[in-house]
Design a protein around this ligand. Structure first.
Ligand SMILES: Cc1cc2nc3c(=O)[nH]c(=O)nc-3n(C[C@H](O)[C@H](O)[C@H](O)COP(=O)(O)OP(=O)(O)OC[C@H]3O[C@@H](n4cnc5c(N)ncnc54)[C@H](O)[C@@H]3O)c2cc1C
Ligand code: SF4
Length: 479
């Protein structure tokens, strides 16, 4: 513990009630900042600067991790921040919510040798948060705006990263989004306790100050067509994410208080943003004092159980049809949820929602793992006569997401779609089968990660720049 921290603790012990609360908060922040800064330096200096940076290879953005760790260890934070931003449009967001155990940190050489990973994500967060605090992060200033413009559909991480890269090159950029706030799942999907909303808003405000135009509450397909966008802009990017919730149509699925995960999470996020949310305020979408059952084993299910805990639920149970080892979600998230008191009922599957008007219980069947399927995962099989009931005031279905019917949504039957409903692109040019229309993020990959959406957005920006330059050359030649 540092000298300052020891003094602080001593003062607190001697005069617990005498000092003003404001001063205590300020003192605490100073001590806390000092602690975080010390920890970041310690962690950074643990990096062995090994010859083969596996962390960098396994980061989807190939962030120059060893170099920014070295700069942090030397106290050269401004340079570390510049380096972090050279490959990533939102390092403070990735530092908070990347599943590092599966990416950079999981491949750290020190972790592999059994000595515990360098906490890369938290150092990345520290570098960028410090840069924001110190005012080092500034809006883009362009010397001469180009006369070509790009329309981007969707303001999630893929759309935002592409917009920023194009703006840096001087293009006019307009983002259209059907939500009232920009950010996509960063703002309305991922809960506040994992990603504070001011962190997202700080980024989107910066992009507005950089001259990117945001048009909210505009649904492409309903309020404006893809054809309109093609006429209005020189190129279009579709980055609309995946939003069709996977269903389980069990008996009783129409009972009140059985909700899809996004409905529950959006209500909670809106509340955190200070909105008036009637269904939350009247208790319908609020887990307080209720027995909650969440169905699913992915990261969205983990976000739901952990949100319910924070809303002071009476009990929170999670049903998953496979065992812990075969869960799709991050092991770290399961560990966190267990620590917070969530009860996992492994090898269990709901077969009926029970209740007269509202849900009162879920009938659950026990499962066992059978032979591996074509993907190599063992298939869950029901155990006959193993049913049991669990009490539920609120059931949340978190079984994953598929793309919406885009041909119908955009009223564009020619748009080429894969058998999974995602948009087909040329992987080199990132262009769809419609000339001048590109696509990136979850709508191409299927439900994935923020860091991959950023990567796709950056790649799309490069491809769009190439396309626009060629378009300009063709125009000059034709003149
Ligand atoms: C609950 C939840 C938690 C998650 N947690 C994590 C996590 O901890 N870490 C992580 O890395 N990833 C996480 N993810 C995944 C991550 O959020 C996504 O992979 C990422 O946001 C995809 O980015 P995107 O830009 O492709 O799409 P999105 O973020 O989904 O953004 C798409 C945008 O397009 C808009 N849009 C859609 N259709 C239209 C239309 N027709 N017209 C206009 N606008 C439209 C939407 O309103 C939205 O704003 C989570 C996902 C969920 C659902
Ligand atoms: S972007 Fe994600 S994977 Fe890459 S270094 Fe940061 S936390 Fe690790």
């Amino acid at each position: 513990m540092s000298e300052k921290m020891l003094t602080f603790v001593k003062i607190e012990q001697q005069n617990p009630n005498k000092r003003k609360v404001k001063t205590r908060i300020e003192d605490f922040k100073e001590v806390y900042d000092q602690f975080i800064s010390q920890r970041a330096k310690e962690q950074s200096s643990r990096c062995s600067q090994c010859g083969v940076p596996f962390c960098q290879i396994h980061c989807p953005l190939h962030n120059n991790i060893p170099d920014w760790l070295k700069l942090t260890a030397e106290g050269r934070l401004q340079e570390a921040n510049d380096l972090a931003h050279s490959t990533n449009n939102m390092p403070e967001i990735c530092g908070r919510i990347c599943p590092q155990d599966r990416l950079c940190e999981g491949n750290c050489v020190i972790e592999q040798s059994g000595h515990g990973t360098v906490t890369i994500g938290s150092v990345e967060k520290y570098i960028t948060d410090t840069a924001w605090d110190k005012g080092w992060i500034k809006p883009i200033k362009i010397l001469r705006e180009k006369d070509q413009s790009v329309g981007i559909v969707g303001s999630g991480p893929a759309g935002l990263a592409c917009a920023e890269e194009l703006r840096k090159s001087g293009y006019k950029v307009t983002i259209y989004d059907r939500y009232d706030r920009p950010g996509g799942l960063l703002i309305y999907g991922i809960p506040n306790f994992k990603l504070e909303k001011f962190v997202v808003q700080r980024r989107t405000n910066l992009l507005k100050e950089s001259g990117i135009i945001f048009k909210q509450n505009i649904e492409v397909g309903r309020d404006i067509t893809l054809e309109d966008l093609k006429k209005k802009h020189d190129a279009v990017l579709i980055a609309t994410g995946v939003y069709k919730a996977r269903e389980i149509n069990l008996p009783g699925h129409n009972l009140k208080n059985v909700f899809p995960a996004m409905k529950f999470l959006i209500a909670s996020n809106r509340k955190g943003l200070g909105d008036k949310v009637q269904e939350f305020d009247n208790g319908t979408l609020n887990a307080q004092n209720k027995d909650i059952v969440v169905i699913g084993g992915g990261d969205t299910a983990m976000d739901c159980v952990r949100t319910a805990v924070r809303q002071n639920a009476k009990s929170v149970k999670c049903l998953y049809r496979r065992d812990k080892e075969n869960m799709p979600g991050s092991a770290r998230e399961v560990f966190n949820a267990e620590e917070e008191g969530v009860e996992f009922i492994w090898l269990s599957s709901p077969i009926k929602f029970i209740g007269s008007d509202k849900i009162a219980a879920v009938t659950v069947q026990k499962m066992k793992l059978g032979k591996p399927d074509s993907s190599g995962r063992r298939t869950p099989e029901p155990i006959p006569n193993s049913d049991f009931e669990i009490k539920a005031d609120l059931a949340i279905k978190a079984l994953g997401f598929d793309p919406e019917d885009l041909q119908k949504l955009f009223n564009h039957s020619e748009l080429s779609i894969s058998k999974w409903g995602t948009i087909k692109i040329n992987l080199t040019s990132m262009e769809t089968n419609i000339p001048g229309v590109f696509a990136a993020g979850d709508i191409v990959r299927g439900a994935s990660l923020v860091v991959w959406a950023i990567r796709d957005g950056r790649d799309a920006a490069l491809a769009i720049k190439k396309y626009l330059e060629q378009k300009k050359i063709n125009k000059i030649k034709a003149a």
